[in-house]
Ligand binder design. Sequence first.
Ligand code: ADP
Ligand code: NA
Length: 344
Amino acid sequence: LKGSTVFSGMQPTGVAHLGNYLGALRAWGQLSASTRQQFDNTIFSIVDMHALTVPPPPEKLREYKRTAAALIIASGVDPEKCILYVQSEVSGHAELCWILSCFSDFGYLNRMTQWKSKMNLTENSSVTDDAAVQNLRLGLFSYPVLQAADILLYKATHVPVGEDQIQHLELTRHIGKRFNSAYDTKVFPLPEVLLTRTPRVMSLRDPTKKMSKSDPAEQSRIMINDPPELIRYKIKRAITDGDKSVTYDPTNRPGVANLIDMVAGLQNRTPEGVAEDVKCFRGHAELKEFVADVITKELQSVRENFERLSRDSEYLDRLLRSGAERAGEIAQVTLKEVKTTVGI
Ligand code: ADP
Ligand code: NA
């Protein structure tokens, strides 16, 4: 690939909720629109091999790849102007991952926080703690190396990440540098962080926890394909507090603040600005009507596009197939260079 390349990956985990949309998907749409002027190539990967670190039922994983593609396009990514494909369909990811794992330090991976949070361990836990890591799988531990392979396989120059993923990109740079200096080459450009700041959406049932698909309470989250009546019903039942007034105070009034934050996020405004507009409301019922209206309106086209695309699996499959072909060609070039460099 010539020039600058943006690479981003997303796990196929099913239909998105409002948190996934505001926290990730929408940024992809915006990125694909804005990067065309700024960057030469944009590559979006549906990373199903990463999803295996906590193995979902196979039929779900199969279905979710198409769901992910539909979500990504519905959120504004133009599939004609980027490469959109499924990770496992390009074998270079696994091949490069093995080679890079031979350049990755255990000690460095030990400091990564993701495997610890997935294992419900504290941040200072260590792989040397036998009891804690009894059930730690190698794939979950080395996941950041596969992520490094994803990025370096396309010689990406820029990677959009949230705050929590910065350490993984640091590792990618570390591994790339390690490889380059071991063979005195410049095979891998060191990718730069494109820091994306996205709002955090909290649970409707407990505004001190983030909205999540793993929450057993379905009413805790707004799904991207919820019909308007269901959105209204869930928002009406959202936990707020006993104070009838409408003020923005995230610390003391997280429930009301979450409703205001959702509007601010969807309308690209500051929560303070939204709070100014709604402070005259006579209670939480009026606020909730307003919030439900905004969510319904702002998600309408995403919902309609998502539903339409979901019904057209032939189109999605065709798109992903051609994406995999293009990605595969780029990957082969890098892989050949890497294999020649290491002597295999
Ligand atoms: P979940 O918690 O529902 O399992 P994931 O962990 O699969 O979500 O996250 C997928 C993407 O969505 C990530 O980029 C994550 O940062 C974003 N995300 C998930 N939940 C939220 C939320 N409540 N608010 C903002 N962003 C979120
Ligand atoms: Na999660």
